[in-house]
Design a protein around this ligand. Sequence first.
Ligand code: BDR
Ligand code: CA
Length: 308
Amino acid sequence: MALEAIRAILDVDTGVDDAMAIALAVAAPTIDLVALTTVAGNVELEHTTRNTLRVLDFVGASHIPVYQGMSRPIDRPLFTASHIHGSDGLGGADIPESSRSVEAISAPQFLIDAARQSPGELTFIFVGPLTNLAVAVALEPELPRLVKRLVIMGGAFRMPGNTTATAEFNIFADPMAAAQVLAAGFDATWVGLDVTTKAVFARAQWDALETATAPNAQIVRKAGAQMFLTFNRPVFQLHDPLAVAVAADPTLVDAPEEAVMIETGGDYAAGQTIIQRPGREEGWATKVAKTVDAPRFGTFFTATLGLS
Ligand code: BDR
Ligand code: CA
């Protein structure tokens, strides 16, 4: 069945899998990528913005504007994942500098302006901490009604976290932002570790790209190097690319509506994403991806990026 065309804004904390998500969103024929917004997360904001600009330029998308957002979470110090993504965020990947700059207005203000200009038309795809969106909602509480759909890479709903025993990185990095976005009432789909850990790119697939010259293949090759060569992982988890793919094709996941709560404090469980038991009153109704058609996602990823 043909996919419906969407107009999307992608919010990133670029990051190795964010880099691949950017390439995927640019290349996907049914995604009209209006703009990117950047946030601090995997590394500091100056790096996530720098990486976003150079990845866009590298894949031939210098025309897509970039809006820089928040440099730290709502109510806690910045917590990065530079031990995974490297101090520059891309594991030292050799990607040329961009000569262009970010736009003059901030990411939260841009999100509001864009949604007001095209009410009901835009899909927001968020693959970093949710700080920019929480700030935007605080400034414009009607934002959830102005946006068509929100797809979030975040959460560990029915499994342990990847940052603490209970929390996934994007939610742990700014639990207050995530809780505020959850409560805001978007038509949201949460694409958490439950499904993204099943969306993997194997070492053999990465090895096969050694002599690839096309920019999309080179982004996957360069951004994947840290995971495969430094950490010697057998597979690379395509967290953020899966969220982009779900924005383009919602049928890739089964995402039933659940009542969800997010732990914003506590000594041990900050950032935990909790599915409420049936019949209880607490919790916000939202869609949570439960299963993924991983082979079909794999085909979407490789075919869209021209890897096979
Ligand atoms: C998420 O955390 C980040 O490190 C990745 O870019 C991804 O968005 C996975 O937990
Ligand atoms: Ca990310």
